[in-house]
Design a protein around this ligand. Structure first.
Ligand code: CO
Length: 563
């Protein structure tokens, strides 16, 4: 027998995080994980991705679990394989920038509770948004993995990516991930990018993360391996493919056939897969059954599958599902206008909703979300390409653009968060972090923890299981009263959603009832598509509000009148 030294490749398992976030609406429970955690720990993976992204939020919001407890319980069983989390840089696990003290304390507690590898990324690849997170990971003894969010555009060249990677190398990252969240990285582009990175920083281990959305990821993984990438993200076959990662069992065969040793135990993988195959019947939501195995459209429009399903449900909420094709055509234009951001949370949400508004309003950028405004003004970081000055001015409205690191504008946040919490709410410091990240969700969870009650995810399952359930629209709160009697110029709801008088929870109303307003002033808000959309006064004069704060409104409802 020919004795040949085998080339070593490693595999990171994403089953416990990205895979169920991609396929099961993040509904895997901690007990589900613990039922198989020991076998996963013994399978020979490089790392287990089990925390981050939506898992933290969904734990509290739908599963009524403490995400910190989940981490501790996994760590108690998985003693051999490092645990990995996905961290959105200065956004941590949320959708906005957090102050440095919150970022540092979050990372410290994650390390203390058993997290080993932190994959730190920024949606805009702005190195300044990674600094504090990477420094904190290093300070508390974790492995800091830098990330390049992969996208294509005239400004995303191989040279640019190498430059961005160099900036992260200078911060002291231990390894580098190429994050192909849309599954658009081709084998040829991967080979070129990995080679350039290996040349520029020969000692830096490179890991590849992709999705099977377009069907290319398995071929791309092989090309990247040949070019020198050393680790690949895969999911167990039952939770793989579609918009999830490539199947680990298949990739193992592919890599082995090329002489690579991945160190994985095939018998263990088989046992793990049997377990998840049984679990699938309970956890896969009805909405993801029967989806197309490959979304070939991604090869054309490069819009991640998860985003398209979001756009679809946003349009459905607005009763405008028939306009999906227009939105898909608008989206690349809006992305170009906005400086070609990679489409990943939170930029995917910002560009997606703005595209929907651009189509529904009939005039591009006549309605601009607060998030788009803040994005254009630099509050999410530097855009990959500049926004045309005239458009930028229009998008910013009255908001003053910034060029500094966004978090430099934030004062310390931990003490403030602690002070906001009602007495006797928290049981440990971690609760303060949960609250700082997801205030309303955490309060809902803390209340449930104290008082008990039904678990939202269980109700969802019952609803899914019930055949021919009544349409849920009937359960919505009554709509705002059509104000036939109102005098003056009506102010109309521009979208279906929830009506608010203020633009953030706990803030005073934008305009008092009876106040003098100027035409064009933002006077109230409709929350739709998870974002706050300001409503402008239709005329100058005295405003009378007709819709109640918190009411469900339908497009065209009269929410106020100005006379
Ligand atoms: Co992913």
């Amino acid at each position: 027998m020919k004795q040949e030294k085998k080339k070593v490749l490693r595999i990171t398992d994403t089953t416990l995080r990205d895979a169920h976030q991609s396929l099961w609406a993040t509904r895997m429970r901690t007990d589900d994980i613990l039922g198989i955690a020991e076998a996963i720990d013994n399978a020979g993976y490089y790392a287990l991705e089990c925390w981050g992204g939506a898992t933290f939020d969904v734990c509290m919001r739908f599963l009524r679990e403490n995400p910190w407890e989940r981490l501790r319980r996994i760590k108690a069983v998985c003693r051999k394989t490092p645990l990995q989390m996905l961290l959105r840089g200065q956004n941590l696990l949320g959708y906005r920038h957090y102050p440095d003290d919150v970022v540092e304390r979050f990372v410290a507690l994650a390390c203390e509770n058993g997290m080993d590898i932190f994959r730190v990324f920024d949606a805009l690849n702005d190195p300044r948004n990674l600094e504090t997170a990477v420094a904190s990971v290093k300070k508390y003894g974790g492995h800091a993995q830098g990330t390049l969010c992969y996208t294509t555009s005239p400004v995303h060249t191989v040279e640019k990516y190498v430059e961005l990677a160099k900036a992260q190398e200078a911060m002291g990252i231990d390894s580098l991930a190429i994050k192909d969240m849309a599954g658009i990285l081709t084998p040829g582009a991967a080979r070129e990018l990995v080679k350039a990175l290996r040349r520029a920083m020969p000692k830096m281990p490179v890991e590849i993360h992709s999705h099977m959305t377009s069907g290319m990821a398995a071929a791309m993984y092989l090309a990247a391996a040949e070019a020198g990438a050393g680790c690949f993200d895969c999911a167990i076959s039952t939770l793989s493919s579609f918009s999830s990662q490539p199947p680990v069992e298949s990739m193992l065969s592919v890599f082995e056939s090329e002489g690579y040793d991945c160190g994985l135990d095939r018998a263990a993988l088989s046992k793990i897969n049997s377990y998840f195959r049984e679990l699938k019947a309970k956890r896969q939501p009805a909405s993801s059954r029967g989806v197309e195995p490959v979304d070939a459209g991604v090869l054309v429009h490069a819009i991640p599958g998860g985003m398209i399903s979001n756009l679809r449900s946003q349009l459905a909420q607005q009763g405008a599902l028939d306009r999906l094709d227009e939105v898909l055509a608008e989206l690349p234009r809006a992305r170009a206008d906005l400086g070609y951001p990679p489409l990943v949370t939170p930029t995917s949400q910002i560009v997606g909703v703005q595209s929907v508004l651009n189509v529904l309003s009939g005039e591009r950028y006549s309605m601009v979300t607060d998030e788009t405004k803040r994005y254009a003004a630099g509050y999410y970081g530097a855009t990959p390409a500049p926004i045309a000055p005239k458009l930028r001015k229009r998008l910013c409205g009255g908001l003053k653009p910034i060029s500094c690191r966004p978090a430099d504008l934030l004062g310390p946040g931990l003490e403030k968060a602690a002070a906001e919490l009602p007495p006797n709410t928290i049981r440990a410091e971690e609760d303060i972090l949960s609250y700082a990240l997801f205030p309303e969700v955490a309060l809902g969870y803390f209340k449930w923890r104290k008082e008990g009650g039904p678990i939202p995810a269980d109700q969802e399952e019952a609803a899914n299981a019930a055949p021919a359930a009544a349409p849920t629209a009937a359960a919505a709160a009554p709509a705002a009263k059509p104000a036939a009697a109102a005098k003056g110029t009506p102010v109309l709801a521009p979208l279906n959603g929830t009506f608010y008088r203020s633009d953030a929870p706990g803030k005073p109303p934008l305009a008092a009832d009876g106040a003098q307003v100027k035409a064009g002033d933002a006077v109230c808000v409709v929350e739709a598509m998870k974002l706050f959309n300001p409503i402008k006064a239709s005329a100058s004069g005295r405003i009378t509000f007709l819709a109640k704060h918190g009411a469900q409104v339908v497009k065209g409802d009269v929410v106020a009148a100005v006379e």
